[in-house]
Structure formats: structure tokens, C-alpha cells
Design a binder for this molecule. Structure first.
Ligand code: UGY
Ligand code: MN
Length: 295
């Protein structure tokens, strides 16, 4: 009886002593360790950290005066007026903004009706191709990095044969002028003076009182940052197209990267520094020319 009990103890102890190979599991990056992969323990910075894969983890953050919406937080759904297309609303009057900003995943043969009466629309093509249909035999092809502005009460529609990825800004038109349809290529839009700022600036809509918003394209080299620590009544809807850096919004400092979207309410302190090894480009909505007392 006593002998067999001792044998059981010995057998258990032997099983608990790991083989040398098992002992090394986890001490160096091994693709497979007894059927398990422990290499994540010793991953290097070069491999990057998979924050996006962490359950429940998101940098997305919503506050009364600003919001950061990461790629992982987008939710696509059908939207009235869009056919064979899904939209992800990132900014809308539902959170107090005077505009809507959304991404559209247009599928093959997808299309959009004109916006609702009184609503103006700006479209930037990020991927694929779309066409503005002005009449039966009159359409304008929009390829990636081109844009179109639809004034309120337009009859022009939008369609895509092979699918496209779009960024759309819309708002109820308030300026009381005569805005007209326009389209163009981002790169052909002239660079504007910015001193004392060092970033490169393009404005994609005319800077006249006929328009109540503009869409800016801003380019920063790594290390460049906003000189002015801005606080202003204008609202912003921003999409980081390329690069990474730190965005300050109010008292929060956010590491940001391409794909991140930001809503800035009136008067939120805002500042950006481009970091990393590649330039930053972002596109940003800004309401303009409307008297803040009236609009
Ligand atoms: O024009 C602007 O207000 C712009 N410079 N703001 C920003 O980039 N946050
Ligand atoms: Mn600003």
C-alpha cells in the first residue's frame, strides 16, 4: 500500500518535470511550442503591437466637444438614397455637429440619388471610380483623389460600375448665395499661403460667400506641427488619409494614424504634430463665411 502510493507520487513528479524543449518555450520566439505559439511574448517593436486585435480595446473616444473614431469602430449600414452601397456615419447632427461626415463603401453598380432638398454634398473619392451623372449622355468620371461638390437642389446623381470608397460631407445650405457644381483633382488644386504655419494647404471649394463650408487638404512632413494652438467657432470633421502623429483635443492627447476620424466641436482647443517616418495628409471640413450669430 505504502509502496504503490510512493510510486504514484514519483510518477506525478516525473510528469511535472518539463522536457528541456518545453522548458525553453517562451524564452525565445519559437513558431511552435508544444502545439502553441508563444512568440508574441518576445515580439519586437518592428513587428508592431496589435492593439486592434485586443478584445474590447479601442482608441475611439467620445466627448461633449470632440470625438476620435478609429477604423475598428465604424459600423456600416444601408442609407436612404444610396443603392448597393453601405455608409458609416462618423459625424452627424446627432452629436451636435452642423454637418454630416460619412464613408461610403459603394459596391459594383452602386449609385446615389441627389441629396435631400436644401442639402449640399461634397464627395472625395478615396478608392476606385465613380461618375457624376448630369444627364443621359453627360457624365464626369471621378477617379481616386478627385472630388465633386453638389450644390443644394441638384439633380445630379452618382454611380459606380466597379465600386468605390468615398468620403462624403453634407450639410443644410445656409449661406443664401449661388454655389455651383464643381469637381477637380486634389493634386491640381493650388497650394495656398499658410505663414506662420509650415504645413501645405489646399482648399477644394471657392473661398466666396456663396459657400458655407470648405474642405481643406493639409500636408505635414514628419516633425511639423500646427503653430497656432487653435480655438475657434468653426466645426471640423477630419479624416487622416496618410501618416501618424499626436492630435491634441481639449485636454486629451491622442496618438492617431491613417484611417482615424475626428469631430471637433466649436471652440475645442486643437493641435497636431506629425510624427513617424512618413508625411501626414488629412482632409478636414470647416464651416466658413456664415455669421456665427445667424448660423
Ligand atoms: O483651418 C483650420 O481651422 C485647421 N488648421 N484646423 C486644424 O487643422 N485642426
Ligand atoms: Mn481648426
Amino acid at each position: 500500500m505504502r509502496v504503490s502510493a510512493a510510486l504514484v507520487v514519483l510518477a506525478l513528479a516525473a510528469a511535472a518535470v518539463p522536457a528541456l524543449a518545453d522548458e525553453l518555450c517562451g524564452l525565445k520566439p519559437t513558431p511552435s511550442c508544444g502545439g502553441h505559439d508563444y512568440s508574441g511574448v518576445f515580439r519586437t517593436h518592428e513587428r508592431g503591437l496589435d492593439f486592434g486585435e485586443l478584445p474590447g480595446f479601442t482608441r475611439s473616444s467620445h466627448h461633449a466637444d470632440h470625438a476620435l473614431i478609429g477604423v475598428e469602430s465604424r459600423v456600416y449600414a444601408g442609407q436612404r438614397g444610396w443603392k448597393k452601397a453601405l455608409t458609416a456615419h462618423i459625424v452627424s447632427p446627432a452629436r451636435g455637429a452642423n454637418f454630416a461626415m460619412y464613408l461610403v463603401d459603394v459596391k459594383e453598380d452602386g449609385s446615389a440619388e441627389p441629396p435631400k432638398a436644401g442639402v449640399e454634398r461634397f464627395v472625395l473619392v478615396l478608392q476606385g471610380e465613380a461618375s457624376v451623372v448630369r444627364g443621359k449622355k453627360d457624365s464626369i468620371k471621378l477617379s481616386a483623389n478627385t472630388y465633386a461638390y453638389f450644390p443644394p437642389n441638384t439633380t445630379f446623381t452618382l454611380e459606380s460600375e466597379d465600386g468605390a470608397g468615398l468620403l462624403v460631407y453634407e450639410r443644410v445650405y445656409l449661406a443664401g448665395g449661388k454655389p455651383v457644381f464643381s469637381h477637380g483633382d486634389v493634386e491640381e488644386s493650388p497650394l495656398l499661403p499658410t505663414e506662420p504655419e509650415v504645413f501645405k494647404l489646399r482648399k477644394l471649394l471657392p473661398q466666396t460667400a456663396d459657400y458655407d463650408f470648405n474642405v481643406h487638404i493639409m500636408d505635414f512632413q514628419p516633425g511639423e506641427y500646427l503653430w497656432v494652438k487653435e480655438v475657434h467657432y468653426n466645426q471640423h470633421g477630419l479624416l487622416l488619409l496618410e501618416g501618424k502623429g499626436i492630435y491634441r483635443l481639449g485636454d486629451s492627447w491622442y496618438p492617431v494614424q491613417a484611417g482615424d476620424a475626428i469631430w471637433m466641436a466649436p471652440y475645442v482647443p486643437q493641435w497636431y504634430a506629425a510624427l513617424g517616418s512618413t508625411p501626414t495628409r488629412y482632409v478636414i471640413y470647416k464651416d466658413t463665411t456664415v455669421d456665427p450669430l445667424l448660423g
